[in-house]
Design a protein around this ligand. Structure first.
Ligand SMILES: Nc1ncnc2c1ncn2[C@@H]1O[C@H](COP(=O)(O)OP(=O)(O)OP(=O)(O)O)[C@@H](O)[C@H]1O
Ligand SMILES: [Mg+2]
Length: 225
């Protein structure tokens, strides 16, 4: 079996060990799998996604993405540039840049061609319904527009692994549906791997598998369909 993500007995604390957040998490995600990460607020979903992306270092345990050890600094940078797309819970777009400029940042960072980047940007913007907002500064956009923009940005380099933290949290029902469908289509059609933190049981049920976390541990799993 081809593992895209392999997390083995990972422990992570903050504040010099005073705040224990991940308490021995083990998780395997196969290439092409679509996984929902669920659990009450504060159980460690965002922290786990940060650990998988290499943005947070672990205290103990191992994390591999595409068979490569995320603990290695140079591997981490390379994976983040070329392999991983990340939609953060708080979008993290730069407020004074336009949406288009924000989306081009990962293309430039990865050494991609601007022309290809622009073509892809327009295709993704159309699919997410933000074309008319591309030239606008992010500070002028609504919460839902920012979230859709963040999704566009995360997909610019056509990442093998997509990590999404509540990607539809700020959207109304019709946009939530549109964006989630788009996300599933893009991921399925290209055989990409998706791990999505969500509080929405309906969306989770449409993923291949739900992984339930509780207080820093994996509490259970359910396969769908
Ligand atoms: N950098 C940090 N420093 C201190 N505590 C942190 C830090 N990051 C996260 N925590 C704490 O770790 C716990 C888990 O946070 P995390 O963001 O992973 O939860 P979550 O499951 O994503 O919650 P939510 O559903 O609300 O997004 C929380 O109690 C949080 O306060
Ligand atoms: Mg979170």
């Amino acid at each position: 079996m081809n593992n895209q993500v392999w997390v083995n007995d990972v422990w992570k604390s903050f504040d010099g060990g005073r705040i224990e957040v991940l308490k021995g998490v083990t998780l395997e995600v196969t290439q092409g799998e679509i996984v929902a990460l669920c659990g009450t607020s504060g159980c460690g979903k965002s922290t786990l996604l940060n650990v998988i992306s290499g943005l947070e270092e672990v205290d103990r345990g191992m994390v591999r993405v595409a068979g490569r050890d995320v603990v290695e600094e140079s591997t981490r940078v390379d994976l983040l540039r070329h392999h991983i797309g990340y939609v953060f819970q708080l979008h993290h777009l730069m407020p004074d840049l336009t949406l288009a400029e924000n989306c081009m940042v990962p293309v430039i960072a990865a050494g991609g061609h601007r022309k290809d980047g622009w073509a892809r940007l327009h295709e993704l913007a159309q699919a997410t319904g933000v074309t008319h907002r591309l030239g606008q500064r992010v500070r002028e956009l609504s919460g839902g527009e920012r979230q859709r923009g963040a999704l566009v940005r995360s997909l610019m380099n056509n990442p093998e692994l997509l990590l999404c933290d509540e990607p539809t949290g700020a959207l109304d029902e019709s946009n939530r549906e549109k964006v989630f469908e788009l996300l599933l289509d893009l991921v399925r059609e290209r055989g990409r791997t998706l791990i999505m933190a969500t509080h929405d049981p309906e969306l989770a049920g449409r993923c291949d598998r739900t992984v339930r976390m509780r207080d820093g541990r994996i509490e259970g799993e359910a396969s769908h369909g």
